[in-house]
Design a protein around this ligand. Structure first.
Ligand code: G
Ligand code: G
Ligand code: MN
Ligand code: NA
Length: 251
């Protein structure tokens, strides 16, 4: 069977799940939030979202799967919120999902239904979502900001957009792509990562480095004023239950 028809049954068969990767404040190694990442458990194997998200995007099915992701992530967030944890949850938004004319209404509806604190909702969009329709993007981001959501640019520095949008759109955080973190402190990677930190900070944004795997990378980022990180050095993506244990341990 084709992947596309297998995917169409995945939701009904409960084959999708979310894992959560901790995000840390570099200075004190405190967990400040989690990025929700989808997994597809298919025929006993875990299929990477890198392989099936594009399929969902081209069939348009990403709209409903994206809605499922928002629901699951907010439901989890509500649980942590009710347990007394003021924890941020980042959700990846596909460019196709972002361009859906109903996207803003869907987000607000999902926020309301779950009763989560919008200030702790971090919507990760990519530069690819931004370039397609600047007017629509600006209006959507402004509305999302006005209800309190936080906006992050995922994979920053890997897209084809101009930097002009950084000045005109209400962006709260830049996520340095792991490609620029990988070879720190060698080659030019350190230079690019530290330049992104300077750029973000001077525009009043938060900066988070992704894909941090070594102590040397973390020390370099800390020395260059990067405030947050995510990566295997901190933790792999975890099932929700283990996130709760992590939160309880650091209380
Ligand atoms: O989690 P992993 O490293 O396997 O993710 C691979 C790619 O899939 C990354 O680009 C990531 O942003 C994307 N991805 C993971 N989870 C989601 C999700 O819930 N929604 C969307 N749109 N993309 C996701
Ligand atoms: O595109 P996005 O940034 O959403 O992708 C996140 C992906 O990166 C997730 O699939 C996650 O599993 C992966 N990831 C997270 N931390 C690390 C890391 O330290 N090293 C590597 N190689 N991948 C990571
Ligand atoms: Mn992401
Ligand atoms: Na990224």
């Amino acid at each position: 069977k084709k992947v596309e028809s297998q995917l169409s049954e995945a939701a009904d068969r409960d084959e999708f799940s979310l894992v959560f990767q901790p995000q840390y404040q570099i200075q004190n190694r405190k967990v400040i939030g989690f990025e929700a990442l989808i997994r597809w458990n298919h025929n006993g194997k875990v299929v990477s979202p890198a392989d099936f998200i594009p399929v969902l995007e081209s069939s348009g099915r990403i709209i409903e799967t994206g809605q499922w992701i928002l629901d699951q992530a907010f439901q989890q967030m509500k649980e942590w919120q009710d347990a007394g944890f003021d924890t941020r949850v980042a959700v990846n938004i596909s460019p196709v999902q972002f361009r859906d004319p109903d996207f803003y209404d869907r987000v607000v509806d999902t926020l309301n239904r779950h009763g989560v604190c919008p200030e702790n909702v971090d919507l990760e969009i990519t530069e690819g979502a931004i370039i397609s329709d600047v007017t629509h993007t600006a209006a959507t981001l402004k509305k999302l900001k006005s209800v309190g959501c936080m906006i992050s640019i995922d994979d920053f520095g890997t897209g084809y957009s101009s930097l002009a949008y950084l000045k005109n759109f209400p962006i709260d955080q830049l996520k340095i792509d792991q490609a620029f973190v990988k070879d720190i402190p060698h080659h030019d990677d350190g230079t690019i990562a530290s330049s992104i930190v300077v750029l973000g900070l001077s525009l009043g944004m938060e900066v988070l480095a992704e894909g941090v795997e070594t102590k040397e990378q973390l020390e370099f980022l800390h020395m260059h004023d990067c405030e947050f990180f995510q990566g295997f050095l901190g933790s792999r993506p975890l099932p929700a239950k283990e996130c709760m244990e992590l939160l309880l341990r650091q209380q």
